[in-house]
Design a protein. Structure first.
Length: 149
């Protein structure tokens, strides 16, 4: 079984990297926007400025979503060993490892693919509350809970 603390740290670092990248993009967009305000090219200038503002708003929204995910991740206590699937569980199934936390996708950790999914995802909802030895199906795929931590 993979180490839950290592899995948690991997996804926490991934989330931090994504947040840093978005913050850097926002800084660049702000600089570009301030340079654009110095231009007086008429309609073309107004269009470029409006597009920059839309892009900034999109990036700010993405950053807000990442911050919400960070809040969920920060509440997980990796020292807790779970007997049923809850937020923070590392689940070993016959189809691989799942970390029920936030939706961050699939990563390789110690040579094993691990999927970080949220409790609100369709599969997360199905897995929630299951115990070692329980089985379920999702999208015509059979899942058997082999280990929990």
């Amino acid at each position: 079984m993979l180490n839950k603390q290592k899995v948690y740290s991997h996804f926490a670092n991934l989330l931090s990297q994504k947040m840093n990248e978005l913050q850097n993009v926002l800084v660049e967009l702000k600089e570009t926007s301030s340079n654009e305000t110095k231009s007086t090219a008429g309609d073309k200038h107004e269009t470029a400025l409006a597009m920059l503002q839309i892009e900034q708003a999109n990036k700010r929204n993405q950053l807000e979503q990442l911050m919400l995910q960070k809040n969920v991740l920060d509440k997980i206590d990796t020292s807790v060993h779970t007997v049923k699937v809850v937020v923070g569980s590392l689940i070993k199934t016959n189809n691989g490892f799942y970390f029920l936390s936030v939706a961050l996708g699939k990563c390789m950790i110690d040579g094993e693919p691990v999927i970080a999914l949220s409790a609100q995802s369709p599969l997360g909802k199905i897995l929630m509350g299951l115990k070692k030895g329980d089985t379920t199906s999702f999208n015509q795929t059979h899942f058997s809970i082999e280990e929990l931590s």
